[in-house]
Design a binder for this molecule. Structure first.
Ligand code: FE2
Length: 268
């Protein structure tokens, strides 16, 4: 059994800054305390990008101070709000592939976790760079990691969902080369689940027969309705992280809204 905690879309900001009145530092600090309290036995805490809001060095340094407080080991990849060079400059021990992308494969006894770098940059050309991309080099690396998994169940972790989620604004900035991505992973029958972020909403289902889970952010969330006129609108809903448990029968996925509970568990 392998237990993985997933945080996505942390959007760390410079000190004294908030997002729609919310403090990303405090929100994540509460989440890390919650994980240390209830899931100190997790094999990894995986961060799936949008680590910072502006990609600035100070925000990465603030984030690193928090992540260093985790009891379980961490594994990190980046999203469209990140700057790859700045991230790697601060997180000097971060894993990358041989091409310098923030990608890694982690083997556990019962599965292989593969973290993908879907940042469509440099150049940092917004709004185009808000969409995701897995270039030919990154897809070739993924292809090898899946082949090398030797039929172990493979779990993919990536910032951008590789398919539509129903939020029309966010769907415009999903993974740009969706067809190539699925063409690659469908060659490998061991892909069991895709975990993503980017949308700031709890969404699950399947695409091309492959199950997926998307988690809320610890900070601001995506408002309903599906066709909001402004894709940058956010709402203040409780912070969350995800929990994936690999069992001998499959994969269990939980969502932990860690700021909702007002008291410890008591007898009802
Ligand atoms: Fe985000």
């Amino acid at each position: 059994m392998t237990k993985l905690i997933i945080f996505t879309d942390l959007h760390m900001v410079p000190e004294g800054t908030t997002i729609i009145g919310l403090d990303p530092y405090q929100r994540l600090a509460n989440g890390i305390e919650h994980v240390n309290r209830y899931h100190a036995d997790a094999e990894r805490v995986i961060f799936t990008g949008d680590l910072t809001h502006y990609g600035d060095r100070g925000s990465y340094e603030r984030l690193k101070r928090l992540i260093d407080q985790l009891i379980p080991p961490s594994a990190i990849t980046i999203g469209n709000h990140d700057r790859r060079e700045v991230f790697l400059d601060v997180f000097t021990d971060a894993e990358t592939d041989t091409g310098g992308f923030v990608q890694q494969a982690i083997d556990f006894p019962d599965c292989r976790a593969i973290l993908l770098d879907t940042l469509f940059a440099p150049p940092y050309d917004y709004p185009n760079s808000h969409a995701g991309l897995l270039c030919a080099k990154r897809l070739a690396w993924l292809d090898r990691q899946l082949a090398d998994a030797a039929n172990k169940p493979a779990l993919l972790f990536m910032h951008h969902p590789p398919h539509r989620t129903g939020f029309s604004g966010m769907d415009l900035i999903r993974l740009a080369n969706e067809a190539e991505f699925y063409e690659c992973i469908k060659r490998h029958p061991n892909v069991r689940h895709i975990f993503a972020g980017h949308v700031h909403r709890t969404i699950s289902g399947s695409s091309r027969g492959i199950p997926f889970s998307i988690f809320k952010s610890p900070v601001h969330q995506q408002p309903m309705p599906f066709d909001a006129p402004d894709a940058s609108l956010s709402v203040d809903e409780p912070a969350a992280y995800g929990i994936a448990v690999v069992t001998e029968d499959g994969v269990l996925v939980h969502t932990e809204d860690y700021e909702i509970a007002r008291r410890d568990a008591t007898v009802a």
